[in-house]
Design a protein around this ligand. Structure first.
Ligand SMILES: *Cc1c(COP(=O)(O)O)cnc(C)c1O
Length: 424
């Protein structure tokens, strides 16, 4: 007998189909709202898995996509190039922290991290130094490809693939009051001459929306610089306004050696990623010896339509209303999360930029805690797309979200505490 209760042949991501047989079919989206096939509306309070920046179907981005389809759809990106990719690269170099001078295109956050790791290893090998070990932060998340998983926290969701994963040295997360332990551990690890440290700046997303201060990011970067260890900033989630500034590294005045951007690069409309690096890293690969090239490509590298969407997104950041809208979202979020600070039903109510998070004060912990699934259904039934990470509930909305929209989300979160009390 087949266990499958659903009639769909689709195998969905991060889904145990025996527990979640059905998915909600969405027909349309506008701004912060999704409309299902059956007419029910959902507030997209997690920006469709952290990708939608300004709001769904932002008109300038949709128009740029339509216009680009009139000219060039897809092109091999070795030996050929096109205007949207060239202009986008130049504009990204100007916009990102000073010192990120080269742009390597790919199409997902995971791939952008793989490329970053390959850049770091190529850098050392081409210079004739045997430095191959990677350092990563405890609880980090860097994607679901084999390299991404290797650098990410180990847990039930990658246990089956453990034999394929390479070994990484973990630096403890700089939890409040334990920052110095992180810095000592990093200093000690750097003495063994690893190739690079990869870290999500200021907030670890999938690891549970764990926030740490800019001063620690700055110190970590400085320690890496002192030991010649390459510093890779994974800004896949934090990039494009999520933490209140365009890039999280800006808050610490940090320039990484390599930076990864993906989710918000096109405003979330189309898949596109870049790995940016210093001239030094590019130059280590620059040689008449073909063996010293960066050997990476994917079919859709620098897809012209995705690049056009990204250019329209940069216009919104540089000439449009994005910065004001982000500042407004930060203020709306602060007003709402602050009232949970002394609520005993929750722990660690926290905010960075446009993101808030709080943990239900229940005993179950970790991503697989069944409470996460129950809560997801609870929120869906109230017209909300919220997807707790175990007992951690977070709100990561598109920047066009209104105060009234957020009130719906936080009213449901309060109600969830009572609900969780019953099921825990
Ligand atoms: C989402 C995420 C990734 C992976 O990006 P995909 O586009 O899903 O492959 C990598 N790093 C961080 C920090 C992320 O949040």
């Amino acid at each position: 007998m087949s266990l499958a209760a659903s009639s769909s042949p689709v195998w969905r991501p991060f889904t145990q189909h025996a527990l979640q047989p059905d998915a909600i079919e969405i027909a349309e989206a506008e701004g912060a709202w999704l409309t299902a096939k059956d007419g029910v509306r959902y507030l997209d309070a997690i920006s469709s898995w952290w990708v939608i920046s300004h709001g769904h179907r932002r008109s300038e981005i949709m128009r740029a996509i339509r216009d680009q389809t009139e000219r060039l759809d897809q092109l091999i990106f070795a030996g050929f190039t096109h205007e949207p990719a060239e202009t986008l690269a130049r504009r990204l170099v100007a916009l990102t922290p000073q010192g990120l001078d080269y742009v390597f295109y790919s199409d997902s956050g995971s791939t952008s991290v793989e490329v970053a790791i390959k850049m770091a290893l190529g850098f050392w090998r081409n210079r004739g130094e045997n430095r191959t070990r990677i350092l990563a932060l405890e609880h980090g998340y860097h994607g679901d490809t084999v390299g991404g998983m290797s650098t990410s926290a180990r847990g039930p969701f990658n246990a089956s693939y453990a034999p394929l994963l390479y070994d990484v040295e973990r630096i403890p997360f700089p939890a409040a009051g334990r920052e110095q332990a992180t810095l000592y551990a990093l200093e000690a690890a750097c003495k063994a001459k690893p190739a690079a440290l990869v870290a999500e700046p200021l907030i670890l997303g999938a690891g549970g929306m764990l926030i740490y201060p800019p001063s620690v990011l700055r110190e970590m970067r400085a320690i890496c610089a002192r030991h010649g260890v390459l510093f890779i900033a994974d800004e896949v989630m934090t990039g494009f306004g999520r933490t209140g500034t365009l890039f999280a590294c800006e808050q610490a005045n940090v320039v990484p050696d390599i930076a990864c951007y993906a989710k918000g690069l096109t405003g979330g409309a189309l898949p596109l990623a870049v790995t940016m690096c210093s001239a030094e890293i590019f130059e280590a690969h620059f040689s008449e010896d073909r063996a010293k090239a960066l050997f990476h490509s994917s079919s859709f590298t620098a897809n012209p339509i995705a690049c056009a969407a990204a250019l329209a997104n940069l216009d919104i950041w540089e000439k449009g209303d994005a910065r004001e809208t982000v500042a407004r979202t930060c203020a709306l979020q602060e007003e709402r999360i602050s009232r949970f600070a002394n609520d005993a039903r929750f722990r660690n109510a926290r905010r960075i930029g446009t993101i808030t998070a709080l943990d239900l004060a229940v005993d179950e912990e970790g991503y697989l805690a069944t409470i996460g699934l129950e809560l997801m259904r609870f929120f869906n039934a109230r017209g909300l797309l919220l997807r707790p990470l175990g007992p951690t509930i977070y709100v990561l909305p598109p920047y066009c979200v209104t105060g009234e929209d957020l009130d719906l989300a936080y009213a449901a979160i309060e109600e969830a505490a009572t609900f969780a009390g019953r099921i825990a």
